[in-house]
Write a protein that binds this ligand. Structure first.
Ligand code: ASP
Ligand code: MG
Length: 433
């Protein structure tokens, strides 16, 4: 008998009908003879609604411990409602909070990291013949004995962590689209579903705005060699397999590399991100030590930097501009930090812009195809999109554009690399919130 971990996102369980549909699907897997562990997110947009509620009662800084208590309530509702729906179908299910399921984290509220996973109670529940349902996105810290959350979208990570700890062969991630697409089907309706993608490429896509999988879920799956099957809870179609591309074998001695096609397609997709802002520090003295002072102060404030660009100074007075991108919600904090060090460092001014978008082209095949960058910039130029910043990795090229040109840029690049399909992609549910 095999053990399956199935994770259902909020849009799959947005109302009673959705919960019943998902419950039928789970019972079907159980009736096929599998042990089934289910990880569930909060129903629909519950998490956002709870955050709105907190902001209504206090529009200042909210205590992160209390926010975690509040948000974890969302998953408590969905897990128990799902168990009740399964009972209605004549099967038995037991729901568990993250701490009951042995998800132990560090103490960082709002973005806790997993420290240990001890799913003893889940094992016992399965051995007693139950379907085990676990609240996603939450855990507990042993030192503080407080409840924590793993960060937005963290249920994917709960699922893969349980799959690994319970020795599941793979982990199914159910959402409201048929799998991983070559671009967000909400923007490019001719995007096509990938049958497989390497975890290396999936990491780049998730890190650059693809919301289909939580970044840490992909990292975890890659590290512990768990295959992910991303699929829709609204259809029976085969989804996308995310395959760890390590040369090592998995726990059963099964050579994972054999499952990767020998000739990978050139490009696996176009990701976009609208959550970044750009800061330019103007007229920084172009002598050793100044970049270190700027980034040192940002580091002390735990600002998450992404792209960084500095030009050689062409002006005689040896001054240069340094630009970088960061999450919009850290913008105010970063500006404050820089204003404090302005006199000491002696730069002229700071510019802030959050009307930007980031577009990334991802594909393992670009390593050995030097023509990709030209084709990429050519597509953007023909679409009339101006480029603000550029960064690359071995398998990715990213640019910053104006926010209002981002969708059009994504479509142009998608078309230029022949990624368009003849048929329209289906988006089954979700508000995209
Ligand atoms: N409910 C949480 C969120 O909306 C966790 C998740 O959906 O994975 O971010
Ligand atoms: Mg959610």
């Amino acid at each position: 008998m095999s053990l399956i971990v199935q994770k259902f996102g909020g849009s799959s369980v947005s109302d009673a009908e959705g919960v019943k549909r998902v419950a039928r699907r789970i019972v079907e897997a159980k009736n096929q003879g599998h042990d089934v562990v289910v990880v569930v997110s909060a129903m629909g947009d519950t998490t956002d609604e709870l955050l709105d509620l907190a902001a209504e009662v206090n529009n200042g800084a909210q205590a992160s411990r209390e926010l975690d208590m509040l948000l974890t309530a969302g998953e408590r509702i969905s897990m128990s409602v799902l168990a009740i729906a399964i009972h209605g179908l004549g099967a038995t299910a037991q729901s568990f909070t993250g701490s009951q399921a042995g998800i132990i984290t560090d103490g960082v509220h709002g973005s806790a990291r997993l420290v240990e996973v001890h799913p003893d109670r889940i094992r016992e529940s399965l051995d007693a013949g139950n379907i085990a349902i676990v609240a996603g996105f939450q855990g507990m810290n042993r030192q503080t004995r407080d409840i924590t959350t793993l960060g937005r979208g963290g249920s994917d990570t709960t699922a893969v962590a349980l799959a690994s700890a319970l020795g599941a062969d793979f982990c199914e991630i159910y959402s409201d689209v048929d799998g991983v697409f070559t671009a967000d089907p909400r923007i490019v309706n001719t995007a096509h579903k990938l049958n497989e993608v390497s975890s290396e490429e999936m990491l780049e896509m998730a890190a650059n705005g693809a919301k289909i999988l939580h970044l840490r879920c992909v990292e975890y799956a890659r590290r512990f060699k768990i295959k992910l099957h991303v699929r829709s809870s609204f259809s029976d179609l085969e989804g996308t397999w995310v395959i760890p591309n390590s040369t090592d074998a998995d726990a059963d001695g099964h050579d994972l590399t054999k499952e990767i096609p020998l000739e990978q397609p050139l490009i696996s997709g176009v990701a976009h991100d609208r959550t970044q802002a750009k800061i330019t520090v103007v007229d920084v003295p172009d002598v050793p030590g100044y970049a270190s002072k700027i980034f040192g102060s940002l580091n002390d404030a735990k600002i998450n930097l992404d792209m960084i660009v500095q030009n050689v100074s062409t002006r005689s007075e040896a001054r240069t501009d340094i630009s970088f991108t960061l999450p919009q919600d850290q913008g105010d904090e970063a500006l404050e930090v820089l204003e404090k060090v302005q006199d000491d460092i002696g730069f002229a001014s700071i510019e802030y812009n959050d009307a930007i978008g980031k577009l990334s082209l991802v594909g393992a095949g670009m390593k050995s195809n030097p023509g990709v960058s030209f084709q990429f910039f050519d597509a953007l130029s023909k679409a009339g999109v101006n480029i603000d910043m550029i960064s690359t990795s071995e398998i990715r090229i990213s640019v910053i554009t104006r926010a209002d040109l981002l969708d059009q840029a994504v479509r142009a690049v998608h078309t230029a690399f022949n990624l368009d399909s003849e048929t329209e992609a289906t988006v089954y549910g979700g508000t995209g919130r």
